[in-house]
Ligand binder design. Structure first.
Ligand code: ATR
Length: 279
């Protein structure tokens, strides 16, 4: 029997989560299953009640349910509450508790790849102000970065993120045009919108012409594996961080919440890259 895990979302059939969690279970020698629960918006409450009744161990939540699921849970972790979205739920003796592992998973993936960007004097710029940006902004602020500015098409939406920061974090809200002119201020640039995602892989949210060398440029889009933004970053001598790292580390953190086991990545990064390249 083992752990009963899965993913609620709509649509979910192309999700990579079953592949990732099954590999975690294999590598850690843990028994269990990870199923896809495709759930239309008006069926969410019924689905959550059924999974609880059937004794699910835990589940992930994705689009379009990350916000609406919160009111169906017995408890929501403080950070997830502030971010306003839950992507991981654990069943603790019949009580469902929700977490958000997107931002913290992202930070963990970045720490593994480029730990020097977490020195306190480093400056970060987030592109976008949607759900993904909220989790990442919160997690970066908790890490103690002194400056985390935000650029967004709609400035008022970016202002809505300010409540998420810790007291030490300084944030300027910029337009994309303004961000392009001050790009050399930043040591880390994180692209959090869907711009550049397949089938629109020829789109790029901003030009990186003013980038300083050794900046880390990170894009949470993982289809294509290397976005146009990351290609330009590499051409300019910047260091790059790919979107599938966030996917893997938010899953690692969720797996820890469910099982208490820290799953090793081992060859998983390479295997996932291969899958995303389609071979
Ligand atoms: P998610 O939860 O995936 O982050 P979201 O909450 O819909 O999705 O947020 C989408 C983000 O991508 C927003 O920052 C949005 O900009 P606005 O706030 O101005 O709408 C940004 N975005 C989406 N499509 C965009 C586009 N074509 N050009 C610029 N920004 C875009």
């Amino acid at each position: 029997m083992g752990y009963k895990l899965g993913l609620i979302g709509y649509p979910v059939q192309h999700s990579l989560s079953p592949f990732i969690h099954q590999k975690f279970m294999e590598n850690a020698n843990i028994q269990g299953s990870y199923q896809l629960f495709e759930t239309e918006p008006d069926q969410l409450e019924k689905r959550v009640k059924l999974l609880k009744k059937e004794g699910i161990s835990g589940f992930n939540v994705t689009v379009p349910h990350k916000q609406t699921v919160m009111s169906l849970l017995d408890e929501v972790d403080q950070d997830a509450l502030r971010i306003g979205a839950v992507n991981t739920v654990v069943n603790e003796n019949g009580r469902l508790k929700g977490y958000n592992t997107d931002g913290s998973g992202y930070v963990r993936s970045l720490e593994e790849a480029w730990p020097d960007v977490f020195q306190k004097e480093k400056k970060a710029l987030i592109l976008g102000a949607g759900g993904a940006a909220r989790g990442i902004y919160r997690a970066l602020s908790k890490q103690g970065l002194q400056e985390i500015s935000i650029a967004n098409r709609t400035k008022s939406k970016a202002e809505g993120l300010l409540d998420l920061r810790d007291i030490h974090t300084k944030t300027e809200i910029l337009s994309y045009a303004e961000a392009e002119t001050v790009l050399d201020n930043f040591d880390l640039i994180v692209q959090t919108t869907s711009v550049g995602m397949s089938p629109d892989q020829n789109e790029q949210i901003i030009s990186l012409n003013k980038l300083k060398p050794h900046t880390v440029v990170s894009d949470i889009v993982y289809k294509p594996l290397t976005t146009k933004l990351l290609r330009q970053a590499a051409d300019l001598g910047a260091r790059t961080h790919h979107g599938h790292a966030m996917l893997l580390y938010q899953a690692q953190y969720a797996f820890e919440i469910w099982t208490g086991v820290h799953p090793k990545m081992e060859t998983l990064v390479a295997q996932l890259e291969q899958r995303l390249r389609g071979n």
